[in-house]
Design a protein around this ligand. Sequence first.
Ligand code: AMP
Length: 623
Amino acid sequence: MALLQIAEPGQATAPHQHRLAAGIDLGTTNSLVATVRSGKAETLPDAQGRHILPSVVRYTPEGVVVGEEAQAAAAKDPLNTIVSVKRLIGRGIDDIRSLGSRLPYEFTRQDTAVPRIRTVAGDVSPVEVSAEILKVLARRAEESLGGELSGVVITVPAYFDDAQRQATKDAAQLAGLNVFRLLNEPTAAAVAYGLDHEADGVHAIYDLGGGTFDISILRLNKGVFEVMATGGDSALGGDDFDRALAEWIMRQAGIADDADHHLLRRLMRDARAAKERLSETGQAELDIELGDGNRWQGSIDRETFHGLVDPLIRKTISACRRAVRDAGIDRDEIRDLVMVGGSTRMPRVRELVGEFFAAEPRVDIDPDRVVAIGAALQADVLAGNKPDDEMLLLDVTPLSLGIETMGGLVEKIIPRNTTLPVARAQEFTTFKDGQTAMAVHVVQGEREMVSDNRSLARFELRGIPPMVAGAARIRVTFSVDADGLLSVEAEELSQGVKARVEVKPSYGLTDDEVANMLRASIDHAEDDMATRKLAEERVEAQRVVEALGAALAADGDQLLQPEERQRIDAALGDLQQAAAGDDADAIRKAIEDLEKTCEFYVERRMNNSVRKAMAGHKVDEFE
Ligand code: AMP
């Protein structure tokens, strides 16, 4: 979803009423919490001075353990220690199976859509596991700030779909937190560098962590932060660099592939340490304990190391190239390159990626903390701790939302790119005399015909008092909250009967699908206009035919001579024939002809009803 900057008036409070707020980076491997103090955003440490909280939750019969202690137990108690829960959140069991990753946990209740993991402390859902991580971070913030948090901003990947976003919000609610807003991770990084206060332009956010790689192309345009494209590889990161180096050591030291797993573990740990040293120095010494008192000693220089990792870095660059292409821009349009994630500390990564984008990478803020810092800055604004004119980042609707009207047409109620939150209402009426129910079909997309858009929900409004066609007034209200969740309400205004439905508008739509839907609406704009015109004329024809039919049944015999009736029937027949064809202009002409033919009849009916209304009254009563 794209993001927009607007001022939210009336949000600011006086400085002495400073409300406590925090930004939370809820990561796959690690999480952090940050806050703004004395105008400066900083991440908060635990009592031991550790800023990073491993996103690991262990369930024991005595209770729940989160972070470093849980991580230390992962190897000996894998079934009860949940790692990388972010890969599971908001996904159905089928989705998770298709992830293909070999997860060590046992899933229960395979029959239900939402997976639950069996632990010694009972079955837990990914939302509950995430809530445990959030609780620890929130407690840390409250202890450190000395008060209760008024709200938090939690970051999510730009590609998270609606279900994943909703599940993240659910986790926060379960942790007792008020979520001001979910914020896309790359946007948070851009905010941390203050890019939202700079001139319009396109930015690349390159995020290479331990196990995942994400590239996002954002455009700031007239205050709108729009996600133009995302890409990456959910199984590529610093761990792969460690593995490449460990394999090199094995070749040098003559260690067999089937060495015992303690040795392999040690090797991975030593390789990681050597990799990190190589970010500082040109050469790293290696001293590997092989077991049985044997050691292997050697060293590796940067050039050799680059030979090992360059193919992996180039893989990330291929993904960057694809993202730039998907964004439909030239590479040299990228103004800023923001580096996120521990692996962007590697000088070689900065060098090759900087070369590709022809931009100086932004590395001043700790790449592990930059997302949390951006979230904290945003939380501070949303808590109302900034002056009135301070800008806010808000989401916009990625696609138009509307309802189906007669003839399979779409009536757009909220156009795409509308700033969220938003509520818009439109009035509709009944099509038939005595209609007591109305079907509301909610659709999303840019095309004119319902069949070319995405159907989101259907519901019925019942209990409309019977009235003549066109007399009932039904107000349909669309509201989309700040996180993009839509609810639709239909209300009949005379009696106040209501029906409502909650829908998830972007559920399951990837950015590519959104882009395709937009492209299709542009490609088909002309066709669509013609189709719309035809459908509208057909609806109008049907309305005229029904209204005339009702009138003829009521008083046709009484008011019309047989010859007059024949003329009207002939014109009616012509219209019905035209409406069965595909020529919108012919339908329009037949409607006009029929209306002309019926003019005298309409006049007679009006006179007749006036006469009836006046029967028994004196003329001056009406003056
Ligand atoms: P993250 O998932 O963002 O916390 O990143 C963790 C990854 O960053 C791990 O693979 C670390 O080995 C890697 N990393 C952290 N510091 C450095 C460094 N100085 N040089 C190279 N890699 C690093």
